[in-house]
Design a protein around this ligand. Structure first.
Ligand SMILES: Cc1cc2nc3c(=O)[nH]c(=O)nc-3n(C[C@H](O)[C@H](O)[C@H](O)COP(=O)(O)OP(=O)(O)OC[C@H]3O[C@@H](n4cnc5c(N)ncnc54)[C@H](O)[C@@H]3O)c2cc1C
Length: 317
């Protein structure tokens, strides 16, 4: 098994920036990721990446991937789902879902965040078969069908807006007693085909092959109710992808990796983290890029200073 100085996990903005900087510093590095681009790949329009005019998430991903590939000394593997990260003595061992193992002295964790799940029966079973997390991508599947959006914040409102041209009827379910999104978006979802249901706690998603219904608890009436529908769009926020390092590095109460923001070091020697997976206050493409760069510059300094030390400690024959 080949051992690298550094393995970068994740090909979002943080991982891409790290990959480019690692290649430029000639660090012996491997970047492992499911895909290049990150969360905003589904966006129709991104307008705030410094130095770039308005472009789609897909266009940005292509730019990222081409720039990474212009550095042949960086090993890039896409389509990889990392399943475990372990530190055995001083070496990190990464395993993927196909059973491949990779070793490195250092790891930069830039695995970002993903959609928060409801955690109810049926959600996993019907994933992609009527349970969706990206309305921009999947709203057209609801043509002439009844759909529900779970979550009455801005993401929920945007999902309703995405569904309006397609769905015959849209339920918007919110667990609290009032909607949370911006009034300007609330105005946009006022439509006779949209029915808002407050105090609704989702209990179960049912179906047979495909979703056919949703059971919820009406918290105000303390009564279980059922909706016949074909699609459910879960819009209840994001959570960091930290399951693989839970118990290994220090996390905060939001399960984000706590880092020193000057260096992006985590609580475990040899592991850095960058971007949305960290306890940074702001989650943006530009800030994730900055984090990835800071991490690589600090990793480079660490590699340099450790190899200098090794030289000093080398026995003189
Ligand atoms: C719909 C949407 C639109 C957005 N629009 C904007 C915008 O216009 N402007 C802006 O500044 N910000 C925007 N953001 C926020 C921005 O996308 C994030 O802040 C940024 O992508 C974070 O980058 P990251 O590299 O830290 O993580 P991510 O973008 O989350 O990337 C994580 C990477 O890790 C990989 N990964 C995760 N788990 C694994 C695993 N187990 N194995 C292998 N690989 C894995 C993923 O494939 C991905 O490549 C948007 C976010 C969303 C969801």
């Amino acid at each position: 098994m080949q051992k690298y100085d550094l393995i970068i996990l994740g090909g979002g903005p943080a991982g891409v920036a790290a990959g480019i900087y690692a290649a430029r510093k000639k660090i012996n590095a491997l970047l492992l990721t499911k895909s290049v681009g990150g969360q905003s790949i589904v966006s129709a329009k991104i307008e705030n990446v410094i130095g770039l005019n308005s472009l789609s998430g897909e266009e940005l991903s292509n730019i990222f991937e081409n720039q990474l590939k212009s550095y042949p000394n960086l090993e890039l593997e896409t389509g990889i789902s990392v399943e475990s990260i372990k530190k055995i003595e001083d070496v990190f061992e990464i395993k993927d879902s196909s059973g491949n193992s990779y070793q490195a002295n250092y790891v930069l964790n830039a695995m970002g965040s993903g959609y928060r799940k409801l955690g109810v029966p049926g959600e996993k079973e019907f994933g992609g078969e009527g349970v969706f997390y990206c309305s921009t991508c999947d709203a057209p599947l609801m043509k002439n069908k009844i759909a529900a959006v779970i979550g009455g914040g801005n993401s929920g409102f945007n999902a309703v807006i995405d569904l309006l041209p397609y769905a015959s009827e849209i339920y918007l379910l919110e667990a609290a007693g009032q909607l949370r999104g911006d009034p300007i978006l609330q105005d946009k979802i006022k439509n006779e085909r949209v029915r808002v249901i407050l105090n609704a706690k989702v209990l179960e998603i049912s179906g047979s092959g495909l979703v056919n219904g949703l059971k919820y608890l009406d918290l105000a009436a303390n009564e279980e109710k059922f909706l016949n529908l074909s699609g459910i769009f879960v819009e209840i926020g994001y959570e960091p992808n930290t399951e693989l390092v839970n118990g290994m590095v220090n996390l905060n109460e939001k399960r984000q990796i706590i880092v020193d923001h000057k260096t992006m070091r985590t609580s475990i020697d040899g592991m850095w983290a960058a971007g949305d997976i960290t306890d940074g206050l702001y989650n943006q493409i530009n800030t994730a890029i900055g984090d990835g760069i800071k991490a690589i510059l600090n990793i480079y300094d660490t590699i340099k200073s450790r190899s200098e030390k090794d030289k000093i400690l080398e026995p003189i024959n």
